[in-house]
Design a protein around this ligand. Sequence first.
Ligand code: 5RP
Length: 227
Amino acid sequence: MSQDPERAKEQAGRHAAGYVSDDMRVGLGTGSTVRYTILELGERAKAGLDIVCTATSQQTHDLASSLGLRVVPPDQLGGLDIAIDGADEVDRDFNLTKGGGGAHTREKIVAEMAPRFIVVVDRSKMVDHLGPFGTPLEVLDFAPGLVADKVRSLGAAHVDTREARSDNGNLIMDAHFGVIEDPVWLGQQLKRITGLVEHGIFPGNLVERVVVADPNGVEVLTRFGPD
Ligand code: 5RP
């Protein structure tokens, strides 16, 4: 039986809130799937769950605050116990494409603060290879053409600039590499481009588990197989 994709997002998002318990410092991602995690945490906070959060976007900050969750800047926490976020693509090694919402720089900072990084997706995000979605890039608005040239020299067929900017006020571009055979290598090369603030490839070794939902329910994957 087919299922509303929104229902799968809700199942994955709400399931992941189960990894959060009292006294945790929690990183909150951005997007329509982790939104359900935040809603669930808001409901649990009203029932007494005691946590402090940091947010990866203004949108998430506003949502979490409106639900009564305590949200503070990352520097105020120094570290996190857990971070939960969505993704645009997840490959078999748990490498991720992120940045569909243009929030990947803050999302990467927050994911790197947490020893436990949980990814929440509906099944459509699971891919053999990263690439078809495009690779989001946050770029300083000083010499974006030069940055795009360097990105093309790494194999991007084209690089498009979005109209919307990031919460940091920078440009967001999408680079189209086709199928990315070695995302970790590509991520390292992109990182070396001056003026490219951050790219949306997250290496799989950041990820503890992926919560995937589809019409059959929720499956939790670790890099070593089903949980
Ligand atoms: C935002 C992101 C999101 O996590 C990603 O785009 C997935 O969003 P959604 O759950 O709405 O599909 O990286 O920058």
